[in-house]
Design a protein around this ligand. Structure first.
Ligand code: ADP
Length: 471
C-alpha cells in the first residue's frame, strides 16, 4: 500500500461524490431562475473546495489509523496516540491501540505459558516424547535427550527405540485413539527395561503432536529386585552349609563316633568353628542392615583415628600372632582426627586389617599408613579444595587379587576363592560392610592389587573441621 497516493485517490473520489450533488442542486436553482450561471459556478467551486478539505481531513485520519494498525501488529505494547485531527480519528486511533495492546499482552502470556510448559516437561524425571501419528518425534524433553541422545526432533521413533512391541502399541493408540500401557526392553547399548504409556490427543496440536509417549526406566528397580532375590538365596546358602555340617557331625557323634573320645574332641572343634562362622555371618548381616538404614545421614561427630587404628591392631593381635604377621602403624599427626562414627570406623578398619592378615603371607608385614592428602578420588562427598582428605592405606604382602575381580569385590558374598575364604572363617560380607561405611561417611575406597604381590586398600575420609581450618 502507498498511503499518499491512496489518500489523494480517496480524496478525489470523496470530493467528486460530494460535489456532484451540489453541482446538480445549483443547476436546478439556475434552471428555476434563482441563481445565475456565474455566481452558481463560483459557489459550486467554493463548496466543492470545502468538501475536498473535509474529505481530506477525514481520509487522512482514517489512513493514519490504518497505518498505525498495520505498524502495531509486530511491535510491543505502547501508549502513543495518533496525530489525527478529528475526534473520530483520535478515538479510532485509541481504540486500535487498545485492541493491539490487549492482543500483545495475550500473545506474551501465551509465550510465557508455553515456556513454562516446556520448562515443566524438561523438569520431569522420566523421558517424555511428543509424536505425530506417523511416529515422527515433534519434541523430546531433557530426560529423553539425556537417555537417547540429542537431536531427536524430526526423527522416526522406530530409529531411536527398536522395540516392535512399543511400535505396535503406538499403532494401536493411533487406530483406536485409546491410551496404551506396556513394558518393553531395549537390548542395546546396555539392556534396559521401560514401562511406557502412550496417550493419543483428542485432536492434533498445531505443532503436529498427536501422541504423547511417557517412559519410566525400570532397569534399576528390576536390578534391585534381582539383588534382593540373590541376597536371600546367598544368605540362605551361606547358613545352610555350616548347618548341614553341624547336623552331620551331631549324627556321627550319636552314632559311629559315640564312644570315640578322640574323634569327639576333633569333631567338636570343627563344629565350634562352623557355629562361630554362622554367628559371625548373622552379626555381619545385622551390621550391614544397620549401616544401610543410616546411610542417608552422614555422621557429624569427630573420631580419634589414631586411637581407633591402635585399638584394631590390639584386637587383632591374636589373629596376627597365629599367622606370624607383624602389623606396623604409621599415622601422621595431621591424620589423628576425622569426621566419623567411631564404632563404624572401628568395624571398617577391623575388616580391612583382618583381611590383610588373613590373605597376607605367613610371617609377612601389614602396614597401616595414614596421612593428609590434597588429592582423592572424585567420588568423595565433600569439596576437597576446602578440606583435603585423610587417606588411610592398609597394605599387605601376599595373595593379591587378580585385576578382573576388583570391580566386584565389594559385592555381598563375592569372593575370589570361596573355599579359601571359608577355610579362613570369612563371611564374604566384610568388604560390603566397608563399602557401606565409607559411603555413609561420604568417603571413597580405592583398591589396588597385584596377584601374587599384595594388595593396598585405601580409604579416604574427611578431616575433622578444626584440623582442616588449622584452628
Ligand atoms: P571374606 O569374609 O571372604 O574375607 P570380604 O568381603 O572381606 O569377605 O572379602 C571378599 C573377598 O575379597 C575375599 O574372599 C577375598 O577373596 C578377597 N580379599 C579381600 N581382602 C583381600 C586381601 N587383602 N588380599 C587378597 N584378597 C582379598
Amino acid at each position: 500500500m502507498n498511503p499518499p497516493t491512496d489518500i489523494v485517490a480517496r480524496v478525489v473520489k470523496g470530493t467528486f461524490l460530494g460535489s456532484v450533488p451540489i453541482g446538480i442542486a445549483f443547476i436546478l436553482l439556475g434552471a428555476l431562475g434563482h441563481i445565475s450561471a456565474g455566481p452558481a459556478a463560483i459557489a459550486w467551486a467554493g463548496l466543492s473546495a470545502v468538501v475536498a478539505v473535509a474529505v481530506w481531513v477525514f481520509v487522512s485520519d482514517l489512513v493514519g489509523v490504518l497505518t498505525l494498525a498495520e505498524q502495531d501488529r509486530n511491535t510491543d505494547e505502547h501508549e502513543q496516540t495518533t496525530s489525527a485531527r478529528t475526534n473520530i480519528g483520535r478515538e479510532l486511533g485509541v481504540a486500535v491501540q487498545r485492541l493491539d495492546n490487549t492482543a500483545t499482552r495475550r500473545l506474551k502470556r501465551r509465550e510465557r505459558d508455553f515456556d513454562g510448559l516446556e520448562g515443566a516437561l524438561d523438569a520431569l524425571p522420566g523421558p517424555l516424547l511428543q509424536l505425530t501419528n506417523e511416529r515422527q518425534i515433534v519434541r523430546a524433553n531433557r530426560a529423553a535427550e539425556k537417555m537417547f541422545g540429542g537431536n531427536l526432533e524430526d526423527r522416526d521413533l522406530a530409529g531411536v527405540m527398536r522395540s516392535p512391541s512399543l511400535l505396535a502399541a503406538l499403532s494401536r493408540a493411533v487406530e483406536e485413539r485409546v491410551g496404551q500401557d506396556m513394558q518393553f526392553v531395549l537390548p542395546a547399548p546396555i539392556e534396559r527395561s521401560f514401562a511406557a504409556r502412550v496417550e493419543p490427543l483428542s485432536k492434533p496440536a498445531r505443532d503436529g503432536t498427536s501422541l504423547v509417549l511417557a517412559l519410566v526406566d525400570l532397569t534399576s528397580i528390576q536390578r534391585a529386585d534381582q539383588m534382593r532375590v540373590d541376597f536371600v538365596a546367598n544368605a540362605s546358602h551361606e547358613i545352610r552349609t555350616p548347618l548341614a555340617t553341624l547336623i552331620g557331625f551331631i549324627e556321627t557323634l550319636r552314632g559311629p563316633a559315640k564312644d570315640d573320645a578322640e574323634a569327639r574332641e576333633k569333631f567338636l572343634t570343627i563344629m565350634e568353628s562352623h557355629a562361630q562362622r554362622m554367628a559371625r555371618l548373622v552379626d555381619d548381616l545385622l551390621s550391614l542392615s544397620r549401616i544401610e538404614m543410616n546411610e542417608h545421614t552422614p555422621p557429624s561427630g569427630e573420631a580419634d583415628l589414631a586411637g581407633i587404628i591402635e585399638g584394631v591392631r590390639d584386637q587383632l593381635e591374636w589373629q596376627a600372632t597365629e599367622r606370624n604377621v607383624t602389623v606396623e602403624l604409621d599415622i601422621k599427626a595431621e591424620a589423628f582426627a576425622v569426621l566419623g562414627d567411631a564404632d563404624e570406623l572401628t568395624q571398617l578398619f577391623q575388616n580391612l586389617v583382618s583381611n590383610a592378615i588373613k590373605y597376607g603371607d605367613l610371617g609377612s608385614t601389614v602396614t597401616v599408613h595414614a596421612e593428609a592428602v590434597v588429592d582423592a578420588p572424585g567420588t568423595v562427598g565433600w569439596r576437597l579444595a576446602d578440606h583435603g582428605a585423610i587417606a588411610i592405606s592398609i597394605q599387605d604382602r601376599g595373595d593379591g587379587i587378580p585385576r578382573e575381580h576388583l570391580p566386584r569385590l565389594t559385592e555381598r558374598f563375592y569372593r575370589v576363592d570361596t573355599a579359601r575364604s571359608r577355610e579362613l572363617g570369612g563371611t564374604g560380607l566384610g568388604l560390603a560392610i566397608v563399602k557401606h561405611i565409607v559411603s555413609r561417611h561420604r568417603g571413597a575406597l580405592n583398591i589396588d592389587s597385584e596377584a601374587g604381590v599384595g594388595s593396598t586398600f585405601t580409604v579416604y575420609l574427611q578431616p575433622a573441621q578444626d584440623q582442616s581450618t588449622g584452628t
